[in-house]
Design a protein around this ligand. Structure first.
Ligand code: NAD
Length: 355
């Protein structure tokens, strides 16, 4: 490995994942092991996980509530208090068993407890498997802003068992697919094309597609872990997608839209913007729109909604001097970053989305 490349933790799949985990647990002989779960992964995933671990361990189970609003400092405090109550120390381990919520908050809590203890991510949602469990960004929402407080720190390993997906609802599965589509759009046209046949009902190629998708993310993170340049590719669809998510949360609209569903809309809008700013061919824009529309329901944006979303975007505290920078597509499979976009084009993109 060249010295200027980031260390990416090992990723193990299926039965070999449990074998590698047990080997690691035996080798390290941790003082305590806490598993962080939410109320769903506690009942749906934890029993299955324990069944796959041969040796009897005295796992401490710490439960936090599911739902984005619980990716909070309050939940973090509750987990820290439990870690203290159960006397975890610097030689203890945290296992994060859940979707992006659990790997985000669990990794954050582990990275800050006693200045950082080891943790392992076991994603149980598709979005977690292809995206959230990887990349080393961990954190919580704060002051109504997503991922405002957090750490940049990698797990010791990531374990992927597709069997966890057997209980995942269809809308959550599709939410994960959105990030896979994004990986194809920003860097691999073949992956984009292969994803068109994936659905909740047809998961025949899922293992191959998940591996490809997480490899794309990790190949970017390896080069640019701190988002100085290349990692900004991963923001394609997220600039407007996040503004739509925030709008939906604040206005209680779009019936609890999921992260990936908002990103799918963001990708259609930003594909249109790409055609204006980077000359993404019209046929590619149409292809992106029709493929994503097949998978996600269409949101009905009123004029005043669009105004509010654009205002949220421009006044987002994360932007410098109100200048919004986009990651946009040159063509399917190729991306450019740091592109300023005029408000007029964003308005047009919403009209394109609706027609
Ligand atoms: P999530 O963790 O909230 O899980 C979605 C729902 O599925 C929850 O109700 C959960 O309890 C349930 N669930 C989890 N596993 C299940 C299973 N196997 N069977 C049945 N139900 C199950 O959501 P998510 O979509 O996995 O992750 C979204 C979060 O990830 C967001 O907070 C987002 O900001 C974050 N994220 C982080 C990164 C990163 O790089 N750190 C990247 C993308 C997204």
């Amino acid at each position: 490995m060249s010295s200027n490349k980031t260390y990416i933790p090992p990723i193990y799949f299926g039965d070999s994942a449990y074998y590698q985990l047990e080997k690691y647990l035996n080798y390290k002989n941790f003082s305590k092991i806490a598993i962080i779960v939410d109320n769903n992964t506690k009942t749906l995933c934890l029993p299955f996980f324990k069944k796959n671990i041969k040796k009897v361990h005295d796992f401490i189970v710490i439960e936090t509530k599911s739902g984005e609003k619980y990716k909070s400092i309050k939940s973090s405090i509750n987990i820290w208090k439990n870690l203290i109550k159960y006397e975890l120390d610097r030689k203890s381990l945290i296992i994060n068993l859940g979707g992006g919520l659990i790997t985000d908050i669990g990794a954050f809590v582990a990275s800050t407890f006693k200045r950082g203890i080891e943790f392992i991510n076991i994603p149980t949602t598709l979005l977690g498997m292809v995206d959230a469990a990887h990349g080393g960004k961990n954190g919580i929402d704060f002051d109504n802003l997503k991922n405002m407080i957090g750490t940049n720190n990698f797990p010791k390993m990531i374990l992927i068992d597709y069997k966890f997906l057997n209980t995942l609802p269809e809308n959550e599965f599709k939410s994960g697919m959105a990030e896979m589509f994004k990986h194809g759009l920003i860097s691999d046209k073949t992956h984009w094309n292969e994803l068109k046949s994936l659905s909740y009902q047809n998961q025949a190629n899922l293992p191959k597609l998940v591996k490809k998708s997480l490899e794309i993310k990790n190949s970017i993170v390896r080069i640019d872990p701190f988002e100085k340049n290349l990692r900004k590719y991963l923001n394609f669809g997220h600039t407007l997608g996040h503004a739509i998510e925030t709008f939906a949360l604040k206005q209680n609209r779009f019936n609890k839209i999921l992260h990936g569903e908002a990103i799918a809309v963001g990708m259609i809008l930003e594909a249109y913007i790409s055609s204006k700013k980077l000359k993404l061919p019209k046929k590619d824009v149409i292809e992106i729109k029709s493929t994503l529309r097949k998978n996600y329901s269409i949101l009905d944006f009123k004029r005043k909604d669009i105004k509010k979303i654009i205002s949220l975007l421009i006044h987002d505290k994360k932007n410098k001097n109100g200048i919004v920078k986009f990651a946009l597509l040159n063509k399917i499979g190729s991306c450019s970053i740091d592109l300023g976009v005029e408000e007029k084009i964003i308005h047009e993109a919403f009209i394109f989305y609706a027609t």
